[in-house]
Design a protein around this ligand. Sequence first.
Ligand SMILES: [Ca+2]
Ligand SMILES: [Ca+2]
Ligand SMILES: [Ca+2]
Ligand SMILES: [Ca+2]
Length: 496
Amino acid sequence: MHSIEHPGRHLTALTVAAALGAVLPLTIPVAAHADTPLPPNCTNTSNAGFAGASDLTLNQRAAVVVSGDGSVLRVTNATFPGGAGSAFTTNKVALQDAGSFSTAFSFRISDQRNGGADGLVFTVQNVANNVGAAGGAMGYGGLSQSIGVEFDDWYNPPGDFTPTGDPLKEPDGNHAGIDVNGSMQSDPVASLTPLGINLDAGAVEHAWVDYNGATDQLEVRVADSTTRPATALLTKTVDLPAILGGTGSPAQDAYVGFSAGTGFGAANFDVLNWSYINCYQPVGVDASPVVDAGGPYAGHRDQAVPLAGTVADDNPGVTRQWSLSGGPAGSSCFIDSPTSPTATVRCDAVGNYTLTLTGTDSIGQTASDTATLTVSNQAPVAAALDLIATNACAVSATLHFTDPDVADTHTVSFAWGDTATSAGTVTESTGTGTGTGSHTYAHAGTYTVSATVSDGQDTATTSRAYATKNTAGAFLPPINAAGTRSSFRLGSTIPI
Ligand SMILES: [Ca+2]
Ligand SMILES: [Ca+2]
Ligand SMILES: [Ca+2]
Ligand SMILES: [Ca+2]
């Protein structure tokens, strides 16, 4: 009742069908997730609905048809006599990183006749754009230099043979398996029944196939919902580039697509949606956030510096958090609105800081990135120095200063020019202030008065010459014996 009873007819006739192929219009690649950019050398090619959106070559029975599921890729149809079909990328795909790929597709086996048979195979091959044997070989059998992931809805007993002569080891008529080099002897192979999946039930099933060229791991997942299972149904360690006859470095060229076959049992084997990524980028995984802390940032002491990092995720609900992860000894910083995109940071000491931006997604996965912040000081400006005589040899000094760092506080010191120094009294507000001091000289003369303002980091000095007021009238007359001040001529002898 089924194809494999006639292996000569159905299992050994490898038909190169490129000449029969029909080429569909070019696909427009789309991103996997708007918020999760693929690596720059990777492309997600999506065929949602297939109509007018495929760069596939259709071979033999394969066609794009409008079904109850909309426009689908009917790899093989249910018409008799049985046959095979395939659909492969017209051009080779450059699988990055030693043959890595991730693919996801949904399919439906419908309109079963004579029990339904034989199955659908996702295939990666490197020899040609062709079709394998029909019937139990599902359009895959005999494709050398290939790997296949089969979804087989017809039980073949061990006595059935494959195009490569390997006895079959099918657990039932409802299984998935990994096939290599055109052999139908799947290894590993697993029944889909424990997953609650019945390929003959006509339901839409979902599959995820990932190959990581870094670990040589090929994983297959199957579910009857769109939720990617956490654990793989099938796992195989396989050197895909070696099978395909390439090097896998930096990329492995391959045709990717589907085949299907029918015999004396038949069905429609439809692929409803398909996306493949030429990198290991599993579809349906809740990806970790993608964080870019931005920077490097630069700012001034005690001033708020805007932080402009970005946090993206494939799902809503991602949160962000800035934190300080390094800085000069004894320094401290204040991060304002650390969970906001408009966060700012203000640090109290000059130096280099490290800031960390952490993103946490809705299931608690985190990712972090760091950025440097360089905090510098702006020197104060010593402006006018006012010197006012308060007595013959006494002076009052006022330094007017400014500082672009409006939060800085300052000290002022005076050097009076006669080796004496003193600290000034500072009055300041928001970057503008004065420092005042006074001094009495022991001797008349001309001195250079220097005033220095410091913000604790940098200084500024201004100087002016000052002459004591040792002129006539500048000194008070002495007090005579009668208790009154007397006038004397300059240069005369004063009796005391
Ligand atoms: Ca099988
Ligand atoms: Ca089978
Ligand atoms: Ca996520
Ligand atoms: Ca300053």
